[in-house]
Design a protein around this ligand. Structure first.
Ligand code: AP5
Ligand code: MG
Length: 185
């Protein structure tokens, strides 16, 4: 099972992905977490990604592909995975499709979490990660709307998209996502 958790910054992708990974016993890949770890350890990918992550811009697709390919080779991914924050461009979606096809796999479903911008800004300011400054949050939202949101149409066209209300408690949202996944399996 390959589930893509989709949505703007702060909609709850990471929170929900961690719970789903445990409940469904599959791996969790957050490209954002992977980049932050790579930056912390000053790996070659971390050095390439740092200025983009700091600014809230998208890391170039070829660098993203490197970190995704490396991570998905791990044995823990054999059972399937939750992809959190990837893909974010059409080129990344195509790369994912190729990577999975080479293993005889395909995306099971894409779950889009919907949360309004003001709630997102409120949540992220309260979290306070390095890139959770109001101007950078607004820029990340712009980047999402311009570069990532168009993928919704692509996945809808492929019959893979399901949208879920991301407002409410973490548990409520989790139940909605599980219900959405159940009908797609
Ligand atoms: P990434 O780490 O993916 O950040 P993001 O997309 O901006 O999303 P966040 O992690 O901020 O939010 P989330 O949806 O995971 O929400 P969370 O669960 O944390 O990417 C960071 C950067 O890396 C990018 O800007 C880019 O530079 C680079 N990057 C990453 N992937 C890339 C890619 N594929 N291509 C190119 N570049 C890439 O929740 C947010 C807060 O809300 C938390 O405090 C949480 O506790 C709280 N919360 C969650 N759910 C609820 C709820 N139901 N009610 C109340 N509070 C809640
Ligand atoms: Mg996250």
């Amino acid at each position: 099972m390959i589930i893509v958790l989709f949505g703007a910054p702060g909609v709850g992708k990471g929170t929900q992905a961690a719970i789903l990974a445990e409940k469904l016993n599959i791996a969790h890949l957050s490209t954002g977490d992977a980049f932050r770890a790579a930056i912390k350890n000053a790996t070659p990918v971390g050095v390439l990604a740092k200025s983009y992550v700091d600014a809230g811009a998208l890391v170039p697709d070829d660098v993203v592909a490197r970190i995704v390919e490396e991570t998905m080779e791990a044995p823990s991914f054999a059972n399937g995975c939750i992809l959190d924050g990837f893909p974010r461009t059409r080129a990344q979606a195509d790369a994912l499709q190729q990577l999975l096809a080479a293993k005889g796999l395909a995306v099971t479903c894409v779950v889009n979490l919907n949360v309004d911008d003001e709630t997102i800004i409120h949540r992220l300011l309260a979290r306070g990660r390095e890139d959770d400054k109001e101007d950078i949050i607004r820029y990340r939202l712009d980047v999402y709307n311009k570069e990532t949101a168009p993928l919704l149409e692509f996945y809808d066209g492929a019959g893979l998209l399901t949208s879920v209300d991301g407002l409410g408690t973490v548990e409520d949202v989790n139940e909605r996502i599980l219900a959405a996944i159940a009908v797609r399996q």
